[in-house]
Write a protein that binds this ligand. Structure first.
Ligand code: MG
Length: 238
């Protein structure tokens, strides 16, 4: 099992608010078009690389997501008006494979910067804020629009929903992103999180994975602890 893709990644593009029940649980406005933000590749935490590090004073939320790993350069990907099956096949042709990612979010940091109209970078970009699984070969995921994401905290299931609940489907996500920025081989696209997000604190343990037809995909398993970050940053200290 490989994590080479994480070293080759030049950007991580994350879709926000793509599952209705997740939008409702955070009282967010429903967007009228897909929107996205970036996480730095330095936030990636591959299996065995240690715990998620919770910065002082930060309310750390988990968001389990299906990650697409780009295999080709994609610019201006056309999906509008296309047969959805054809469009999805064209997307899959552009991928090298998949992964499971946990888009860790400093929720109180995000709430404050949203109020101020500032970018989400701090809330999303801390080191270790993207636990990512091993690379999942394409053939393990026959239909990425119909797989199940799972996340538990200390053995209690928190998120368990199908990617068929996405508001914007995978081809539309690629159109939205690639109309703005070129996707390059190795880039990772996080496709949004289903309902059930919540907080973790140091001492907690997170397990996550992908299920295909009820079977857990071995490469997709994430098993990670949460610990104190220490360091200079402290939320609300200035
Ligand atoms: Mg997310």
């Amino acid at each position: 099992m490989s994590t080479l893709f994480a070293e080759q990644c030049r950007k991580v593009v994350c879709i926000g608010r793509n599952y209705v029940d997740h939008i409702l649980e955070l009282n967010n406005a429903r967007p009228t078009a897909p929107f996205f933000f970036l996480k730095p590749p330095s936030s990636m935490l591959v299996p065995g690389a240690g715990p998620i590090l919770a910065p002082t004073g930060v309310n750390c939320h988990f968001e389990v997501e299906l990650a697409l790993v780009m295999g080709k350069t994609v610019k201006d990907f056309e999906s509008k008006g296309k047969d959805p099956v054809v469009a999805l096949k064209e997307v899959v042709d552009c991928l090298s494979g998949y992964a499971v990612g946990i888009d860790m979010t400093g929720r109180n940091v995000q709430d404050e910067i949203k109020k101020k109209g500032l970018p989400w970078t701090t809330a999303k970009g801390f080191d270790t804020f993207l636990p990512i699984s091993y690379f999942i070969p394409k053939e393990k995921v026959p239909d990425p629009s119909n797989v199940t994401l799972f996340l538990s905290v200390n053995g209690k299931t928190m998120q368990h929903d199908s990617t068929n609940l996405m508001m914007w489907k995978i081809p539309e996500l690629l159109t939205a992103i690639s109309s703005v920025m070129t996707l390059q081989p190795g880039d990772v696209v996080l496709t949004g999180t289903p309902k059930g997000v919540g907080s973790v604190v140091p001492g907690d343990h997170i397990d996550a994975h992908l299920e295909v037809d009820g079977e857990v995909v071995e490469e997709s398993k994430i098993s990670v602890d949460v610990a104190n970050k220490g360091g200079i940053y402290a939320f609300g200290a200035n």
